[in-house]
Design a protein around this ligand. Structure first.
Ligand SMILES: *[C@@H]1O[C@H](CO)[C@@H](O)[C@H](O)[C@H]1NC(C)=O
Ligand SMILES: *[C@@H]1O[C@H](CO)[C@@H](O)[C@H](O)[C@H]1NC(C)=O
Ligand SMILES: *[C@@H]1O[C@H](CO)[C@@H](O)[C@H](O)[C@H]1NC(C)=O
Ligand SMILES: *[C@@H]1O[C@H](CO)[C@@H](O)[C@H](O)[C@H]1NC(C)=O
Ligand SMILES: *[C@@H]1O[C@H](CO)[C@@H](O)[C@H](O)[C@H]1NC(C)=O
Ligand SMILES: *[C@@H]1O[C@H](CO)[C@@H](O)[C@H](O)[C@H]1NC(C)=O
Ligand SMILES: *[C@@H]1O[C@H](CO)[C@@H](O)[C@H](O)[C@H]1NC(C)=O
Ligand SMILES: *[C@@H]1O[C@H](CO)[C@@H](O)[C@H](O)[C@H]1NC(C)=O
Ligand SMILES: *[C@@H]1O[C@H](CO)[C@@H](O)[C@H](O)[C@H]1NC(C)=O
Ligand SMILES: *[C@@H]1O[C@H](CO)[C@@H](O)[C@H](O)[C@H]1NC(C)=O
Ligand SMILES: *[C@@H]1O[C@H](CO)[C@@H](O)[C@H](O)[C@H]1NC(C)=O
Ligand SMILES: *[C@@H]1O[C@H](CO)[C@@H](O)[C@H](O)[C@H]1NC(C)=O
Ligand SMILES: [Cu+2]
Length: 578
């Protein structure tokens, strides 16, 4: 399986990451954990390009946030940069605390230059790997970091206790300014420029020019079990990942324990996280293995087809001796082809909830409301007297049920809470697309999308089934859809057009995977169920940032319940204003 590979530059410097997770102070009960996020510019060099990027506390990637299940987090974000900023705590449910969720103009107005805002939320009933990232324009390209929620004290993992825990966060590095890239793309209507490298913990690694010194290196001891906490924080690309000559045991996906299974390769979409166990070999002193990631691609557009690599290195008694390490062979993994949809399908099917008494899969068995949304690309007209660089001189667009979401200029949650929604949004997102067509057959002649700021309104505790159907307009494509405020169960998926009579017969209502981001298969559909037990306005969008920019997003409005503990709390006093 592994080929031999040597690269002299690899060993020239090599950055040794501090990999040990800091041990949290011993709190028997839930604690409040304070973090200061100072948003500032920092010059960072990668691939021999230095650029000034937006960072948290000057760090790239940003700092780790660590807490335990049940803790309250208080993160004061102070904006010292010219850009507007918001931060999202990806995967955290924000029960009744939607004001701390973060998507700009959905739950809050941005934190403007010179302002600060305290994100205040409690982590209820969740533990696992999450991440935080900016949720405005494309600023999350540099503003992101891991958010690790440990189980409550003295509650073990439902798998072997790892010797060490290591975050592995994928990102995308652009030599150019990403704000300029998306703004240029939205003006010309064409596809945005692609990234120059993928990164592991901010480092592109030895397969790029001028990058060998920026290589993530994981030094391990033999015969131990490591827990890799993996996050895909890349802007626009799903990624395959593999470590040469090692298999990985998946134990968790999107901070939900799963029935463990072994695999040589994982697939992780932007917005997804997964925990995997890596068992090191008994005796391999000084041996080195590459770990690599590159994209899984289904769309028609151009993309960054490069490969990020890091190094897994076994401790050696000779490590500090004069033995030149570069003489040792380096093993390289083989990743699936860039378009390996059958891998993607099989991998998705292997993910099952633990569904034990301690970690049950509370799949809604009855459904109050069925929804069917299409997701996909489309076009919008070019400004008069201009030529655009999208299909046939139009602009690229994207939509949910042919509605390309128009971002409001004030936050939806505030508009709802203060009863001033008129002129901000309309509560009439359609239950089904207005026009049926063969969604995965020949695309319709008219590819123009409609637009609007439409919300789907749900009474408290509605049990929802949503089928998301990819369309073939401008090419079928896998879309990683992310829902805020909830986890959902992935009860079914398939290719072609969803059949409401036949397909539900095969739904898994016993142990489906529970997650917050799911890949809608290219040219296919996925069915999810969730219980709308969290009042607020909850964004749902493709986690490929380019598609979000083009309008593949919408929002749910979950109304308050009758009981006092079923109501959205009032907004904090420092909530930013528009
Ligand atoms: C980044 O580099 C530029 C050019 O060298 C310099 O003017 C600027 O002060 C630096 N910024 C920071 C935050 O260090
Ligand atoms: C955080 O939110 C809780 C619940 O609303 C509130 O009681 C507490 O005072 C808030 N803390 C801060 C520092 O704002
Ligand atoms: C995008 O790429 C094109 C072609 O290489 C280049 O002309 C343009 O300046 C780039 N845009 C940005 C914002 O870097
Ligand atoms: C790396 O540099 C070499 C030599 O300058 C060049 O031929 C090659 O295209 C570069 N590769 C990449 C990926 O930039
Ligand atoms: C990546 O794309 C470039 C340009 O299209 C092509 O030359 C190269 O062979 C591709 N590399 C891989 C690994 O597919
Ligand atoms: C994947 O790409 C290969 C090489 O470009 C091509 O031969 C093959 O038909 C593609 N497979 C699919 C499923 O698109
Ligand atoms: C477009 O061009 C026509 C003819 O040249 C001109 O009359 C019209 O004002 C232009 N419209 C805009 C929006 O620039
Ligand atoms: C662009 O125009 C060509 C020729 O008129 C047509 O075949 C094609 O479907 C059009 N594409 C789109 C995306 O509208
Ligand atoms: C949709 O189009 C595909 C491809 O042309 C075709 O195989 C399929 O039968 C069509 N489905 C329906 C429901 O018309
Ligand atoms: C789409 O355009 C083609 C070619 O112009 C035409 O034959 C076909 O009837 C059109 N289809 C629809 C649904 O309008
Ligand atoms: C929404 O659609 C209308 C009608 O096509 C168009 O005039 C308007 O520019 C669109 N708005 C946005 C923000 O795209
Ligand atoms: C920042 O947000 C405010 C409030 O929405 C808006 O008025 C302003 O134009 C934004 N500034 C920038 C630089 O985007
Ligand atoms: Cu998408």
């Amino acid at each position: 399986m592994a080929g031999l590979f040597t690269h002299q530059l690899l060993f020239s410097v090599g950055i040794l990451m501090c990999v040990a997770l800091c041990l949290l102070p011993h709190h028997a009960e839930a604690a409040t954990r304070h973090y200061e996020f100072n948003i500032k510019m920092q010059n960072v060099t990668r691939l021999c390009h230095t650029k000034s990027i937006v960072t948290v506390n000057g760090k790239f990637p940003g700092p780790r946030v660590i807490a335990r299940e049940g803790d309250r987090l208080l993160v004061r974000v102070t904006n010292h940069v010219p850009n507007n900023i918001t931060i999202h705590w990806h995967g955290i449910r924000q029960l009744r605390s939607g004001w701390a969720d973060g998507p700009a103009y959905i739950t809050q107005c941005p934190i403007q230059t010179g302002q600060s805002y305290v994100y205040n939320f409690t982590v209820v009933g969740q533990r696992g790997t999450f991440f935080w990232h900016a949720h405005i324009s494309w600023l999350r390209s540099t503003l992101y970091g891991p958010l690790i929620i440990l189980p409550k004290k003295n509650v073990p993992y439902p798998f072997q206790k790892p010797y060490e825990e290591i975050p592995i966060v994928f990102g995308e590095w652009f030599n150019a300014d990403t704000e300029a890239i998306i703004s240029q793309a939205l003006q010309t209507g064409g596809g945005p420029n692609v990234s120059d490298a993928y990164t592991i913990n901010g480092l592109p690694g030895p397969l790029y020019n001028c990058s060998a010194k920026d290589t993530f290196k994981l030094r391990v001891k033999p015969g131990k079990t490591y827990l890799l906490r993996m996050v895909n924080a890349a802007l626009n690309d799903e990624l395959f990942f593999s470590i040469a000559n090692h298999s990985l045991t998946i134990v968790d996906a999107d901070a939900i324990y799963v029935k463990p299974f072994e695999t040589n390769t994982i697939l992780i979409t932007p917005g997804q996280t997964t925990n995997v166990l890596l068992k090191t070999k008994p005796n391999f002193p000084g041996a080195t293995f590459l770990m690599t990631a590159r994209p899984y691609v289904t769309g028609q557009g151009t993309f960054d087809n490069s490969t990020v690599a890091g190094i897994l290195e076994y401790e050696s008694p000779f490590l500090h001796s004069v033995t030149p390490l570069k003489k040792l062979p380096l093993y390289k993994p083989i990743l699936p082809p860039l378009n390996d949809t059958s891998f993607a399908t099989n991998f998705a099917k292997k993910l099952r909830s633990l569904a034990t008494p301690q970690f049950p899969a509370n799949v809604p068995q009855e459904v109050d409301k069925h929804f069917f949304f299409t997701v996909g690309l489309g076009t919008s007209p070019c400004d008069q007297n201009k030529t655009c660089q999208g299909p046939n001189g139009t602009k690229f667009a994207a939509s949910v049920s042919n509605i390309s979401f128009v971002q409001p200029t004030t936050a939806l949650l505030q508009a709802h809470f203060t009863g001033q929604s008129s002129g901000v949004y309309s509560p009439d997102f359609p239950i089904n697309p207005l026009h049926w067509f063969n969604y995965t057959g020949n695309p319709p002649n008219n590819t123009m999308v409609g637009n609007g700021t439409k919300l789907m309104v749900l009474p408290f505790n509605t049990s929802v089934e949503l089928v998301m159907q990819d369309t073939s307009i401008l090419g079928a494509e896998s879309h990683p859809l992310h829902l805020h405020g909830f986890n959902f169960f992935v009860v079914g998926q398939g290719f072609g057009n969803y059949d409401p009579n036949e397909d539900p017969k095969n739904f898994n209502l016993v142990d489906p995977i529970e997650r917050n981001t799911v890949g809608v298969p290219a040219g296919g559909w996925v069915a999810i169920r969730f219980l709308a037990d969290n009042p607020g306005v909850w964004f749902m969008h493709c986690h490929l940032e380019v598609h979000t920019s083009w309008g593949l997003k919408m929002a749910w409005l979950v109304l308050d319940g009758k009981l006092p503990n079923q109501k959205l709390l009032p907004p904090p006093a420092d909530l930013p204003k528009c």
